[in-house]
Write a protein that binds this ligand. Structure first.
Ligand code: FHN
Length: 446
């Protein structure tokens, strides 16, 4: 009898506690004003970096796979990137036209790029002994870039996490999620207190042991520490349905997190929920020797199609073991910046649509201006779908020559293209309309 009473008492306390967590963690979504400002930025730098650069394999994923546990877990003792220069990294991002920077403060291998008090696996345990996160935060704030932090909720190195490497099925005998979450909360408190990030990019939320309750608990702490901190959709525990899809493209309105995160692909047009595509400039997130680099055309058109879908692009570079970002990646980013120098008006602060992006063209808009991005000059005349009640008043190449056009009775717009497009990757034609372009509903293609 006494045993049953104890069980009943425990269940009651447990039930009350989880209700308490549930109640206390009411969802405090980031304000629309802050989210609109974030979405106006359109373009950010993603950086995946750590001691794994010494092996040139994928950060986290190669631990206990291509690189033995023993080897991987000693790399920090050799990590001495003496050519690291936060100002140079930030300048490269600015030269690319990027407006925010997101650094992997801690990835799945558990290595912390800042001098944390809550893990022995951190930058002060390397020959380098410099606060990489802190130096980047300072450089970003000095040069007007928003400083953002990537933080994993999956840590294969932490003895309290259930799995020790990618693909592991057996549960780590030292698992203790309560201790794991407590350490995470301490580390995140350090990051928010010491570096004041603009946004937190969570990742690794797919294991079933990382529950919605864990996500809610951490979210409540973050919003208590910094109410307007922007948080992506990868802090919340992932549902079984989404776990099978693993594409993070959905943002359920009632869930914690402010925006969806399609990965290695351009998200679908969405004028309601914010989203940001994350993509590698090569084939690997962290540095890979002789990796491919996406073409200039692909990079520029990816940025334009992302903005045309009403999304942001978080574009990733992987710095080398000596602390430099390799010249091929820097040069590609500079080419994106040169394009933005001429056509940035059609990206920053715009909304996507009203046309659904395709391989020939896409559109962005701001006030009475409609920007048509032309990726491929198939014909002398580009015919755009009719826009109900819309009259085009003027048309010109953005920062270029006037172009002639016609509108028929149905309202469809025929643009007479220049014989040679000024920019083969993406020439932008700006149409001045008789109404606010942002009020036009999204229309399907012809
Ligand atoms: O496992 C990570 C991967 O290493 C990388 O950080 C990407 C970036 O979005 N996120 C996870 C894979 O979805």
């Amino acid at each position: 009898m006494k045993y049953c009473l104890n069980i009943l008492l425990l269940l009651t306390i447990g039930g009350t506690l989880s209700a308490q967590i549930k109640k206390e963690t009411t969802i405090v979504k980031t304000s629309k004003v802050v989210m609109d400002q974030f979405m106006d930025l359109r373009f950010g730098m993603f950086i995946h970096w750590g001691p794994v650069a010494l092996r040139g394999t994928e950060i986290g994923w190669s631990r206990g796979n291509q690189v033995s546990f023993e080897d991987y877990d000693q790399l920090h003792k050799e990590f001495n990137p003496v050519l690291f220069n936060a100002e140079e990294w930030v300048q490269s991002a600015k030269n690319a036209g990027m407006k925010y920077l997101t650094i992997t403060a801690k990835h799945h291998d558990g290595f912390c790029l800042w001098p944390t008090k809550f893990s022995d696996l951190n930058i002060m345990e390397t020959p380098f002994k410099r606060d990489v996160v802190g130096e980047l935060a300072t450089a970003c704030k000095k040069h007007g870039l928003k400083f953002c932090v990537y933080f994993t909720v999956l840590d294969w190195h932490d003895p309290h996490y259930p799995y020790v490497r990618a693909g592991a099925k057996d549960i780590n005998p030292t698992t203790d999620m309560a201790k794991f979450v407590a350490t995470m909360k301490d580390e995140l408190t350090e990051i928010l207190t010491n570096y004041d990030p603009y946004m937190l990019w969570f990742d690794g939320n797919w294991d079933k042991e990382w529950t919605d309750a864990h996500g809610q608990e951490v979210y409540a702490l973050l919003k208590q520490l910094k109410p307007d901190i922007i948080i992506n959709n990868r802090l919340k525990g992932i549902s079984d349905f989404d776990r099978t899809r693993e594409d993070h493209t959905r943002l359920s309105p009632d869930a914690i997190g402010d925006y969806a995160t399609p990965e290695q692909k351009i998200g679908a047009i969405n004028m309601v929920h914010p989203w940001e595509s994350c993509m590698t400039i090569g084939s690997q997130w962290s540095w890979k020797p002789n990796d491919e680099v996406r073409s200039t055309k692909e990079c520029i058109q990816t940025l334009a199609k992302t903005a045309a879908g009403n999304g942001n692009l978080l574009f990733n570079v992987g710095p080398m073991l000596d602390g430099r970002i390799e010249a091929r990646q820097i040069n590609r980013l500079k080419e994106m910046g040169d394009w933005l120098h001429n056509y940035g008006e059609s990206i920053y602060g715009t909304k996507g649509g009203p046309f659904i992006p395709n391989s020939t063209y896409a559109s962005t808009r701001k006030g009475h201006m409609l920007y048509v991005h032309i990726f491929d000059r198939k014909e002398d005349v580009l015919t755009l779908p009719a826009l109900k009640g819309v009259k085009v008043k003027k048309a010109r190449v953005l920062n270029g020559d006037v172009i002639t056009f016609s509108q028929n009775v149905t309202g469809s717009i025929a643009l007479n293209l220049p014989a040679k497009l000024p920019n083969a990757d993406d020439t932008v034609i700006v149409l001045e309309l008789n109404k606010n372009a942002e009020s036009i509903p999204v229309v399907a293609q012809l």
